[in-house]
Design a protein around this ligand. Structure first.
Ligand SMILES: [Zn+2]
Length: 292
């Protein structure tokens, strides 16, 4: 257990070295969206080593997120075997049209539904809409899959992790039409102040990734400033979206301190207080890591 089952593309010119450990946080937080199933880096970094490094810098636990049936099963199994891991299970929005084409979408949705019953599976995700990678022809099955995932989350009383890429309006409309689960998280929040206000109005959570540290991301920092602090979460989406100053290198949960420190600066907040609040909110959304 614990060997990655996917690999990230080693694009030419990308620095494949894992960044050094940042200065530890005094008050621990959680990474509420990570992909330990995807190997990255020159030689890879063992799943256990990544979690150990995370613990050393004040990242107490992670939500490991599946994107298809195989990685969702892997996520659930890892969560069952490591107390630092909880799982989220789903078919990624870009996966749905491919499965529909093969005629197996419903079968795979049933598989996700079964996994959602396990005690350390605490979220359904990542699900949602992606108009960046999926064209017009795939949108019907993508929407259908999203609706089914919302219902699975509702049925099992789990949090919902939304993947929303270039589809803000339709994601919001779908959540309102089908009925958003009580704990709905916009993973890797990518909207502006307008969407942030809508999230705040409905009590939806905004999970900020390394993107909030990017120079071009003024809209993310503006969003962070306008929402209630009680709706703010932090994630890596590792191995992608590595925070500054290591953008482009492999990402891992142990790099979250860079993101949280930037968030504290943006909010002009005390770092320890912000970490404490994020940790508390994360446990409200997913439950505690140390019990069933
Ligand atoms: Zn993800």
């Amino acid at each position: 257990m614990g060997k990655p089952i996917r690999s990230r593309e080693k694009t030419a010119g990308r620095d494949l070295n894992y960044p050094p450990l940042p200065e530890p946080l005094r008050v621990p937080v959680y990474d509420n969206h990570t992909h330990l199933e995807i190997e990255d880096g020159e030689t890879g970094l063992d799943v256990r080593e990544q979690l150990d490094r995370a613990a050393r810098v004040g990242v107490r636990g992670v939500v490991q997120v599946g994107t298809d049936l195989a990685t969702s099963r892997w996520s659930a199994a890892l969560a069952a075997s490591d107390p630092r891991v909880l799982a989220a299970v789903a078919l990624h929005p870009n996966e749905a049209p491919r499965l529909a084409e093969r005629g197996v979408l419903d079968e795979h949705i049933s598989g996700i539904d079964e996994l959602a019953a396990q005690p350390r599976v605490r979220a359904v995700g990542e699900t949602g809409l992606d108009y960046f990678r999926t064209g017009e022809e795939g949108r019907g099955s993508q929407l259908y899959s999203f609706e089914q995932h919302i219902e699975i989350a509702q049925r099992h009383g789990l949090a919902l992790q939304i993947h929303d890429r270039d589809a803000h309006e339709d994601v919001v409309a779908t959540l309102l039409r089908v009925g958003a689960p009580e704990r709905t998280v916009f993973h890797c929040y990518s909207g502006d102040e307008h969407l942030a206000a809508i999230c705040a109005e409905h009590g939806w959570y905004l999970s900020f990734a390394g993107t909030v540290t990017f120079k071009t991301a003024a809209h993310l920092r503006a969003s962070l400033r306008v929402v209630p602090r009680s709706l703010v979460l932090v994630e890596t989406d590792a191995p992608f979206l590595t925070p500054m100053p290591h953008r482009g290198r492999p990402n891992s949960a142990y790099l979250i301190p860079h993101t949280v420190r930037q968030m504290a600066l943006v909010l002009d907040a005390d770092l320890d207080t912000l970490c404490e609040q994020i940790a508390h909110t994360t446990e409200q959304v997913y439950g505690r890591w140390d019990n069933e």
